[in-house]
Design a binder for this molecule. Structure first.
Ligand SMILES: Nc1ncnc2c1ncn2[C@@H]1O[C@H](COP(=O)(O)OP(=O)(O)OP(=O)(O)O)[C@@H](O)[C@H]1O
Length: 262
């Protein structure tokens, strides 16, 4: 493990209007860590990631990536970052060839290199036959594979992944999990945001749980288990976010539906 943190966040706060979304997040993240970044809907996970990526401004606090303060205006650090967004923000009218060579060139590969690499990676994930087809014709899983390839084509050192397995079939899930483990073993840092607790539990070396804009747990799965009386990450999540009403809510929901009789 590197001595210097790859990402260092000090007292990060962020508000949208009068709503305080992040209430003082401090973190140090090191090379080779797979961080499971979890929390309830609206907890502030995407906001944290978008701030780190330079996509959202107006925060307070200090963020350093590879030792460089991201508020300095330098874009150099972004070359070392890969990002799989939660929602598909790809240009549907382009083909994978056009999209991936464009992304590759943005990150400094030449056209020939980007084309070769893109074709090979598409082939490895079983979608080479649509390389020259418009992305709009892809299935959900195909689009997700394309997003994963585009986040990795420039061999980044830090990966931010938001629900990266969304829409992937069971075989592809196994390949992607293996790729992530392999990249972490090479010293890359992976920031993995997901609501699928059993996957987070298995792939993360460190789990950070945020609730209402604050970190409420930070440690390996085993460490979290020791601090909680619960067994699975899903149960720890429920406990630490103070939630135990799933049965009650489901029951009320079904009752409401049944009040309408044809
Ligand atoms: N551009 C915006 N303008 C106003 N409020 C926003 C904006 N983006 C996010 N928010 C608010 O900030 C809060 C945190 O949102 P964020 O997307 O970071 O949550 P999240 O933890 O990623 O949630 P999810 O698990 O649902 O993806 C929410 O209350 C959301 O409504």
């Amino acid at each position: 493990m590197n001595i210097e943190p790859v990402v260092s966040i000090h007292n990060l706060t962020m508000s949208y209007g009068t709503k305080e979304v992040l209430k003082g997040i401090s973190l140090e993240i090191y090379g080779g860590q797979v961080i499971g970044y979890i929390g309830p809907n609206g907890a502030g996970k995407s906001t944290t990631v978008k701030i780190m990526l330079g996509l959202v401004d107006g925060y307070s606090g200090r963020i350093k990536i590879f030792g460089e303060d991201i508020s300095s205006g330098s874009v150099e650090y972004k070359r070392k970052i890969g990002y799989v967004p939660e929602t598909v923000e790809i240009y549907d009218n382009l083909t994978a060839y056009e999209y991936l060579t464009f992304i590759g060139e943005v990150y400094g590969l030449d056209l020939h290199q980007a084309n070769n690499k893109a074709k090979k990676l598409m082939s490895m994930l079983g979608i080479e036959e649509v390389y020259h087809a418009r992305i709009s014709s892809y299935s959900k899983g195909m689009k997700q594979k394309l997003l994963i390839i585009s986040s990795l084509i420039h061999n980044p050192d830090i990966l931010f992944l938001d629900e990266p397995l969304s829409g992937l079939d069971a075989n592809s899930v196994m390949i992607v999990k293996e790729i992530l483990a392999g990249l972490a073993a090479l010293g890359k840092t992976i920031f993995y945001s997901s609501h699928i607790m059993d996957v987070v539990e298995k792939i993360s070396s460190r789990i950070i749980l945020i609730n209402d804009g604050q970190i409420v747990a930070d440690g390996s799965f085993d460490e979290l288990k020791e601090k909680s009386s619960k067994g699975s990450l899903e149960q720890i999540f429920n406990q630490l976010t103070g939630f135990n009403k799933h049965k009650e809510i489901a029951h009320e929901f079904i009752n409401e539906l049944q009040e309408f009789n044809r």
